[in-house]
Design a protein around this ligand. Sequence first.
Ligand code: AMP
Ligand code: MG
Length: 505
Amino acid sequence: MWNVLASLGDPGILDWYLMWVRRPLLGPIAGSTPLMEVLEDILDLDFRVSETDDFIRLVSGERIVFGSIPLAHRYGGHQFGMWAGQLGDGRAHLIGIYMNRQGEKWELQLKGSGKTPYSRSGDGRAVLRSSVREFLCSEAMHSLGIPTSRAASLVVSDDEVWRDQFYNGNVVKERGAIVLRVAKSWFRIGSLEILAHYGELDLLRTLLDFIIQEHFPSVKATEPNRYVEFFSMVVSKTAQLIALWMSVGFAHGVCNTDNFSLLSITIDYGPFGFMEAYNPDFVPNTSDDERRYKIGNQANIGMFNLNKLLQALNPLLDPRQKKLAAQILEGYPVLYYTRFRDLFKAKLGLLGERKGDDDLIAFLLHLMEKTEADFTMTFRQLSEITQSQLEELNIPQQFWALKMISEHQLFPAWVSQYLLRLKSNMNDSDSERRKRMATVNPRYVLKNWMAESAVRKAERNDFSEVRLLQHVLQHPFQKHSAAEKAGYASPTPSWAEDLRVSCSS
Ligand code: AMP
Ligand code: MG
């Protein structure tokens, strides 16, 4: 059933690079939550297999699939703007690569599965709350159409894990958990940075050629400019990814270079957050004192990180290629803004190009900021309200986010500009507009309070809300009665106003 390859590509090339870890991974297990879509569509498994002991042993790291050699990956990175030296998979084990029926290769990784040679002073573990958040959010992001790692299962352990959640000296016993997560590749910018930093240039070249061959099929292996072409693709895809994050109000929280994928997928979910009241200064991570990774700075950080990638590639480039690559990087802001504009135009249901589109978007965001209107629901409710209701400024009670923004004295001015712009849409109707907008403006995103509520129950072995969220967030654009009942499209409940998340996980 499992066709797990033993290592990445040719072991002769990569065993230098990847540290081999041969150890049983974990202790006792309390229960598991598998994800049908990933198990069936990616891993070709019958969902019922998740009820077997073998499966639970496998996804908890207690048993290793025959032929698999668990690996931990060595990487470095810039953390909060500074070179942090060697980091590496301190609590993740790559257990193999699976080639599925469609011929896709997926790297299977356990997170929270115990110590590795890169654990430094860490315990190699992950707590239940952070595992539930990663498990739910990675799948939610996938369903929003955002490139991401995926989650196949979540297993709770009876092992005790000790954490000082808010770094205030209050160390508390928490429950450990392990997520089986999968991605086409787990290589990060930091994977290349560490090799360049320590002058391991042969290995850097070998690894880059491997990554290009495996994941960038349009770049020819024999092409002398292949590293520049690779860089150009990463620049473009990173710009697209961050624009997508912004379009759903997602703040990653820890955009260090070791958390930025070379395939430009969202990885390493930690203290992320979906912005509620629109605020470009939104910071999900309470440990981020300088507010470096606030939502409105993510695009700039993308540029910073790509610049670090370029520095890692530089030892392999000749002067002409260096210049070319630097020019490519200069094109990043335009790539980002072009995608951002397209996404926000779609969120507003605008067709074609018109002068003033940027202003219309910026004007709305300004009103949202001033009125602290909910980002997700303002756009969603604009997808649900009819043009004639807008025209009359007659906003029904259920459109609570629009009600908030409508309190601004300039709201009528924005509405009239918007309605005028909608008139210039060719071959459109109001019902078409609403239908179109409802496919890009989610009704449900994983707000912090929803994750927290599910986590609190999971801590008591009640996984009902994890499962509900899992189900609802798989179809974020469709109204769902249980989700409505749970308040997932309602204003944030008052008990959750002061919720915080930190790096401690
Ligand atoms: P993160 O912020 O989760 O992306 O982690 C940053 C670095 O710290 C990575 O190298 C992780 O592997 C490592 N790390 C985080 N938590 C632990 C832990 N509990 N034990 C060992 N290493 C950890
Ligand atoms: Mg990380």
